[in-house]
Write a new protein. Structure first.
Length: 422
């Protein structure tokens, strides 16, 4: 679906670049003839094009890498949703769906077709929904283990939404403690993550941050914290028109999460853009779209793409490197935003890291940027993340920075320096 949407509404790199608002679009080819020439030059000598027309190189590099990613691994992480996206249904229906969902995951597990990370999102552990949530968890995990012979997919995780008090985290941890021996699972194999979606999760009634308390209550089973944009802004009494990912209230909450969970190993994820790149007009049986309808479809998809791209860029600047998408048509902009974020800063970061390593972490000045010891790990992290997301290859990183692939695998700037001073 992602590839089909891209093919229909952005069949070439330059259309896509203009649609999402990639920097430097004014320097892109203005005619079909120029576009063909630029595509030929990119295919023949991308390095030369990068020097002569960086915007054209950037647009084509991102487009080609997005397509490659969509063909190879369109989805990295997936949650089967039994919460807001699923709604409240009769118990018998949810029981059946929990069992069927588990059987589908087991089938994908056996066939090797699951994404690298997978899990389910439960209903909240509120007084009204707690029993239903526990019942769904039990049916799903039990059915999954039954279908797989007692094995869990790698990186399986349970998501607990709308956490308000530490006792909710503790309750889930105790449940998982009891389920493992009952299902003959290895101790600690059932892990979970929390969703931060309420003001009480940020500051409790005593003016204390609830976040460290949540982590303590999890008994070592919590691995991630996800921000819920729309529930959180609603809890702040922000009206629907302004419930957006880059609202200052969201930035405050997410920074609190960063501060509370720094150094704990908990990974963080931003929320999702709820304006979807879906065309308002659809052709039906014997019904063709008019020229005006086709143009309205194109504008709607491009507008949603541009919004999504901007939200992801905002998240990345704030050091939220993961985020959720709601629709396959958002995947092209997800990867385009991530790739462009790293490719835009690649050259300057490479020069800074190379000089810093060569001078053994002594303070350096590259252009007008001063780097000291605190910067070294940050520069290294930039390249590790760029490699991890697929924006660049290990070989490219080694060529640009002079840091070997082996040294990159250290993951530590201090270890690199120590390795070079032997």
């Amino acid at each position: 679906m992602a590839i089909a949407t891209l093919g229909e509404f952005a069949p070439d790199a330059f259309t896509f670049a203009c649609a999402i608002g990639l920097p430097g679009t004014g320097a892109l080819p203005k005619s079909g003839k120029q576009a063909v020439a630029a595509e030929r030059q990119f295919a023949k000598s991308p390095g030369k094009l990068r020097l002569e027309n960086r915007a054209s190189w950037m647009a084509q590099t991102i487009y080609s890498r997005v397509l490659e990613k969509l063909h190879r691994e369109p989805v990295e992480d997936f949650r089967i949703d039994f919460e807001d996206g699923y709604g409240n249904r009769p118990d018998a229906e949810e029981d059946q769906h929990a069992k069927l969902a588990a059987e589908e995951v087991a089938k994908g597990f056996k066939e090797g077709s699951l994404p690298p990370f997978i899990g389910i999102r439960l209903k909240p552990f509120s007084p009204e929904l707690r029993d239903r949530s526990i019942r769904t968890l039990n049916i799903f995990v039990s059915s999954l283990c039954e279908a797989t012979g007692g094995r869990l997919p790698a990186n399986f995780v349970v998501t607990l939404p709308k956490v308000v008090i530490p006792e909710q985290m503790a309750a889930l941890a105790h449940l998982l403690d009891a389920m493992e021996p009952a299902l003959d699972l290895e101790k600690g194999s059932l892990r979970f993550e929390m969703m931060i979606e309420t003001t009480q999760a940020i500051l409790n009634a005593h003016g204390e941050s609830s976040l460290p308390l949540f982590l303590d209550a999890a008994g070592g089973r919590c691995i991630a914290a996800h921000f819920g944009t729309y529930d959180y802004t609603a809890s702040c009494s922000i009206t629907a028109a302004y419930q957006v990912m880059d609202h200052p209230a969201c930035d405050f909450a997410k920074h609190m999460m960063q501060v509370a969970f720094a150094g704990t190993g908990i990974w963080l994820s931003d929320g999702a853009t709820n304006v979807l790149p879906t065309p308002p007009h659809r052709a039906g049986k014997g019904k063709k779209l008019t020229r005006v309808q086709k143009e309205e479809n194109r504008e709607a998809v491009h507008r949603a793409w541009r919004l999504h791209y901007g939200h992801i860029q905002h998240s990345l600047v704030s050091a939220y490197y993961q985020g959720w998408d709601l629709h396959p048509a958002q995947l092209p902009t997800r990867y385009a935003a991530v790739f462009s974020f790293f490719l835009e800063g690649l050259d300057s970061a490479a020069v800074r890291l190379k000089n810093f390593v060569e001078k053994a972490a002594k303070a350096t000045l590259v252009g007008d940027v001063f780097d000291d010891a605190a910067t070294g790990q940050g520069l290294l992290n930039f390249f590790l993340r760029a490699i991890n997301c697929g924006a660049i290859s290990e070989t490219e990183a080694e060529r640009l920075t002079g840091v070997t692939i082996e040294e990159l695998h250290f993951g530590s700037f201090l270890k690199i320096l120590k390795n070079r001073t032997k």
